[in-house]
Design a protein around this ligand. Structure first.
Ligand SMILES: Cc1cc2nc3c(=O)[nH]c(=O)nc-3n(C[C@H](O)[C@H](O)[C@H](O)COP(=O)(O)OP(=O)(O)OC[C@H]3O[C@@H](n4cnc5c(N)ncnc54)[C@H](O)[C@@H]3O)c2cc1C
Ligand code: SF4
Length: 341
């Protein structure tokens, strides 16, 4: 049985108190929300913080507020997000992403903040201590070499959060609070293309909320590739959002990719679509353009070349859904195919 290492547990009740603890403890402390990723990681000795700062008693992090857009507290569970009629109706891409994270049990515990700040993943890293020791560890933890790209000076572990690409496509921001002050950043800027230093969040900052802009006139969607339809981390996530004029011309669009790099990122596909109608030819061209930006590495499930190839296909599914096509049959076919894989 894998055991947790020893740590001190703090249970603050306000954001101010969390910020004070982080300022005092420095990088030795880590935040824990639902613990669905961090605690298994600690058992595998990926992280061994001397202090864990629990966020479950911080009620301010658990609110949903309507305004010009929607403010989602970072401590909301994914199940709460999925149960929100406002999220489902206005931010469908986020709803689809959140409802495909892990399993119902894990969505009952896992939070939005924890999902956005999820550690990157890799076949050579998500293993127990003894397994990793047997290969002399790797650059991400305790070792020197990257076993995926031995000449690389950078860890290429994969960003595996489902909600982040959806939030990037929706144009969301995040609020970061520390004892020194607070700031808002576009969620795309929260990420570095580095499997180790994957967040631009400072260790003394707490992510308190996700801020979604007004969604009037926008539609959005999220398409996830994974082996098992019941639950699995994404090996590709395509998120798209668009505002269409009455004649079907794209006024504005964003297409973001997840799980094909160490960071979720915005592609040029949205800019290409602006001013065009979503014809089959335009969709196919956008798919090719988006696929050219995907750089999957051979450190997660499925064949790496096939994963790059299907990016165009998944982008086309997403855009056809935004155009108004009924894509239920395709979603069902994918789920069935995944079950047989
Ligand atoms: C079997 C299994 C399957 C899974 N499948 C998926 C999947 O399909 N898709 C997916 O996206 N995830 C998946 N996960 C990962 C995880 O369950 C979810 O990402 C979940 O949303 C993480 O949230 P949490 O609150 O449990 O995070 P925690 O484990 O508590 O924290 C995760 C990280 O975020 C940091 N953090 C948490 N809250 C904050 C905050 N407010 N401010 C700053 N940092 C913070 C923590 O310090 C930690 O580094 C899976 C996990 C398991 C065990
Ligand atoms: S990508 Fe390389 S350094 Fe990063 S976790 Fe995998 S093997 Fe380790």
């Amino acid at each position: 049985m894998m055991r947790l290492p020893w740590f001190e547990y703090r249970a603050p009740r306000s954001v101010d108190e969390v910020a004070r603890i982080l300022a005092g403890e420095g990088p030795n402390a880590m935040l824990v929300a639902g613990g669905t990723d961090l605690l298994p990681n600690m058992k595998r000795r990926h992280q061994a913080p001397s202090t864990l700062v629990g966020l479950r008693a911080v009620e301010d992090l658990k609110t949903i507020a309507n305004g010009a857009g929607l403010r989602l507290g970072a401590g909301l569970t994914l199940a709460q997000l999925v149960a929100s009629p406002a999220v489902r109706a206005q931010y469908t891409g986020l709803w689809q992403a959140a409802s495909q994270v892990a399993t119902p049990h894990l969505r009952n515990m896992g939070t939005l903040g924890g999902n956005v700040c999820l550690d990157t993943r890799c076949t050579y890293y998500n293993q127990n201590y003894e397994w990793r020791k047997a290969i002399d560890f790797c650059m991400k933890k305790d070792g020197e070499v990257c076993w995926v790209a031995t000449a690389s000076k950078r860890c290429v572990a994969v960003s595996s959060t489902d909600t982040a690409p959806a939030l990037i496509a929706l144009g969301a921001k995040v609020r970061l609070v520390s004892a020194a002050g607070e700031r808002e950043v576009a969620i795309a800027d929260l990420y570095n293309n580095d499997g180790i230093d994957y967040l631009t969040r400072r260790p003394d900052e707490i992510l308190t909320a996700v801020l979604l802009p007004d969604a009037a006139g926008w539609t959005s969607t999220y398409w996830k590739l994974r082996r098992r339809g019941a639950f699995d981390f994404p090996v590709l996530g395509v998120a798209a959002a668009a505002r269409l004029a009455a004649d079907g011309t794209v006024a504005e669009a964003r297409i973001a990719l997840g799980a094909v790099s160490s960071q979720p990122f915005l592609t040029k596909g949205g800019e290409f679509l602006a001013g065009r109608r979503l014809t089959d030819e335009v969709i196919a061209e956008a798919g090719r353009m988006v696929a050219s930006r995907a750089k999957p590495m051979d450190n997660t499930d499925f064949d790496v070349y096939w994963r790059k190839e299907v990016v165009a296909e998944f982008t086309a599914y997403a855009l056809k859904e935004l155009r108004g096509d009924d894509m239920d049959a395709v979603r069902l076919r994918l789920a069935r195919r995944a079950l047989q894989a």
